[in-house]
Design a protein around this ligand. Structure first.
Ligand SMILES: *Cc1c(COP(=O)(O)O)cnc(C)c1O
Length: 397
């Protein structure tokens, strides 16, 4: 009987690290109508659909300004330029993040200064950030990773104490709120990334600067468009056709805006589904052999709204587990394998291994599991069974 059961067992369905086929199907009629409208109007970048998306998203997150650009990375560079970063200015960033956090500082003409992350939230430790302040420090840029905000209360206090601009790498943080205020709006400004895997993902690259500061918004809007002031000129009187800032071409694509407007209609439902899946993972994985840590939401002085963009565990023998899962058709990602201070492109800054132990430990043990609205409950079961089987020494599970 056992033999027969094994023979009739359905083949395991692969679990990709990311897919959005079903999500797209659900919004396709609206997306298609928006796309057709772009074609009919004939303006394909920085056009009518982009403006509509900026307006609708600004309302959704409660921002005075959303400035659509080509990627989250461009948004970081333009935000840092928009606050007036000058050559030699230092920007304090965490040692654990996506590379663009630090490379954007260099591209904006500044120098990244790294600080370790705290033990609980994968975000910059406020005390370490304060210790990194020098006479050249101009800004503090926390990053909100995976599912929750950095400690914006303590970090705002550090920024105030040293008279620094607070800018947020909130690329992953759509939907996250600090005491009701959306990520990116706690200081001078923040960014959003609409890279396809992000919580609000396009079908290509796109991003935005978000800010309540009119002047930052105007400067970012000019810089994305060759430094030309296509919108309000109030802060730059007397300028009509002249280019006053050397800008770049980072206009947002209207086809991406068309897709994003459609997906925005189900963003809240997607966020709820992500939370449900995260809960299911944690129920199955918490305190299991080999699993060192499942995600926790750190209590702050004010209410915060977490959003599960990434479901991140810390595990023993991380790379072996990832290979085991891959061999069974389950995709995972390592966020992030190398701490920023040890990236070759920042070697000349002179940081050493061992300097930021919490960040370095995170790089060694963290593994992101599949998490997206399309993911069925059965896939969570399968991933957890495979993880259990791996640490129980069973290759068949
Ligand atoms: C995704 C991401 C970015 C960059 O966004 P892109 O749209 O991919 O350029 C920057 N910082 C963090 C923390 C991110 O996760």
């Amino acid at each position: 009987m056992e033999h027969a059961a094994a023979l009739t067992r359905a083949p395991a369905v692969p679990v990709p690290f990311f897919t959005q086929a079903a999500t797209l199907d659900a919004v396709w009629p609206l997306a298609e109508a928006n796309l057709a409208e772009v074609v009919a109007r004939g303006k394909y970048s920085h056009g009518h659909m982009v403006e509509r998306f900026e307006r609708v998203l600004a309302e959704h997150i409660g921002a005075a300004h959303v400035v659509g650009v080509n990627s989250g990375t461009d948004a970081l560079v333009l935000l840092l330029r928009a606050i007036g970063l000058e050559p030699g200015d230092e920007v304090i960033v965490p040692a654990f993040s996506f590379i663009a956090t630090a490379s954007s500082v260099v591209l904006a003409g500044g120098r990244p200064a790294f600080a370790d992350i705290g033990p609980d939230d994968y975000a910059i430790d406020p005390a370490a950030a304060a210790d990194a302040v020098t006479d050249h420090t101009r800004a503090l840029m926390p990053v909100h990773l995976f599912h929750q905000l950095a400690d914006l209360g303590a970090l705002s206090a550090v920024a105030d104490r040293f008279a620094l601009s607070l800018v947020e790498d909130s690329a992953e943080a759509v939907g996250m709120r600090w005491d009701g205020r959306h990520a990116g709006l706690l200081g001078s400004g923040g960014v959003l990334s609409f890279f396809p895997t992000k919580t609000l993902g396009a079908l290509g690259d796109a991003g935005a600067v978000v800010t309540d500061d009119d002047r930052v918004a105007d400067a970012a809007a000019a810089l994305r468009h060759h430094g030309r002031f296509g919108r309000t000129l109030a802060h730059f009187p007397g300028i009509a056709n002249e280019t006053v800032l050397p800008g770049i071409n980072s206009k947002m694509d209207d086809f991406q805006a068309a897709i994003l407007l459609a997906k925005l209609t189900r963003l809240d439902a997607d966020i709820a589904r992500r939370a449900e899946l995260a809960r299911a993972y944690t129920e199955r994985l918490a305190d299991r052999p080999g699993v060192l840590r499942t995600p926790t939401v750190v209590a702050r002085d004010v209410p915060t709204d977490p959003v599960f963009y990434v479901y991140l565990v810390e595990v023993e023998r991380r790379d072996e587990l990832a290979a085991h899962l891959a061999a069974h058709g389950v995709g995972t990602e390592t966020y992030y394998p190398v701490p920023l201070h040890l990236q070759p492109c920042f070697a000349e800054l002179g940081y050493r291994p061992g300097q930021f132990p919490v960040a370095e430990a995170a790089c060694a043990h963290t593994l992101a599991l599949p998490l997206y609205p399309d993911l069925p409950d059965t896939a969570v079961d399968r991933v957890c069974d495979l993880i259990g089987g791996f640490y129980a020494g069973r290759a068949d599970l």
